[in-house]
Design a protein around this ligand. Sequence first.
Ligand code: IPM
Ligand code: MN
Length: 342
Amino acid sequence: MTHKIALIPGDGIGIPVTEAAIAVAKAAGAALDCTTLPWSCDTYLQTGRMMPEDGIETLRGFDAIFLGAVGWPAKVPDSVSLHGLLLPIRKAFVQYANIRPHRLLPGVEGPLKTRDFDILCIRENTEGEYSGAGGRVHVGTPDEVAVETSVFTRVGVERILRFGFEQAMKRRKKLASVTKSNAQKYSMVFWDEITDRLAAEYPEVEVTHYHIDAMCARMVMAPESLDVVVASNLFGDILTDLGAAIQGGLGFAASANISPSGGPSMFEPVHGSAPDIAHLGIANPMAAIWSAAMMLDHLGETAAARRIMAAMEATTARGIGTVPGRDRTDDITKAVLAALEG
Ligand code: IPM
Ligand code: MN
């Protein structure tokens, strides 16, 4: 079966890592019919928009979206580029579950003493602190006011927590629910209540509540104690950069923006476009390749996804692509392709 994939390489290192990931996915045996959509900050400079007006409609016709990275702050402010492409796609297709695995690939040295952790972060991806609700008044005057409102809906909180419980059931049956309900007494208490109500439906799952500050410490001090971690949009965003750090860096952090209701899901490395190294040819494609494996898994190509993970692990075990900035993107990609064949 051929899968129709929308490729949005985006900006900076998004372009080479997308090319690498798709080459590996095809070599792993997946039949992908890819259409490249060159939506980026350059598109914005030419047209005043990050994607065409009918961009969302265009994407609707695909089985999945693969995105490299978006943003080039010297050309377009990040607040404009991200609200013009990445964030509207997550919302339009109700990709409410952002899944980010954090574990060390063989041969990768993390900053922690332990190698013993395997965390699956589930980040709410459509509302919360990134709802985009707010405004500014008296702009540019001493009386200026900026308001940005977090939006937590019962539907939104319940579905992300339920998603987390379902993942926990497939793993080690532990769920950490992350809030800050000691300080934020409306939205976060609401989240805690919904966690407790769902916990009654999943008696096999061991549920622990953590505050975000304590969770940051735990991910460094005792990451082996964690399995599935569910958090709001902002907290999940922060925790998954921490997760990336403990797994050796952003070069290894993969993600899936899942649309459980059947819209196209989107797969992307957690890292950004990295303008500072964009022309050096040293971007690590591992995060993008891992994201491609997640895409194939989602599309039902589980054997190809497993082959990619095995090839990546064989490559890092040989010390290739394990140290940020040392090996060239092309060399790492060739090594993964060779591992797939061998
Ligand atoms: C991520 C990124 C984005 C996010 C930014 C670029 C808006 O940091 O995917 O983690 O916060 O969602
Ligand atoms: Mn982030």
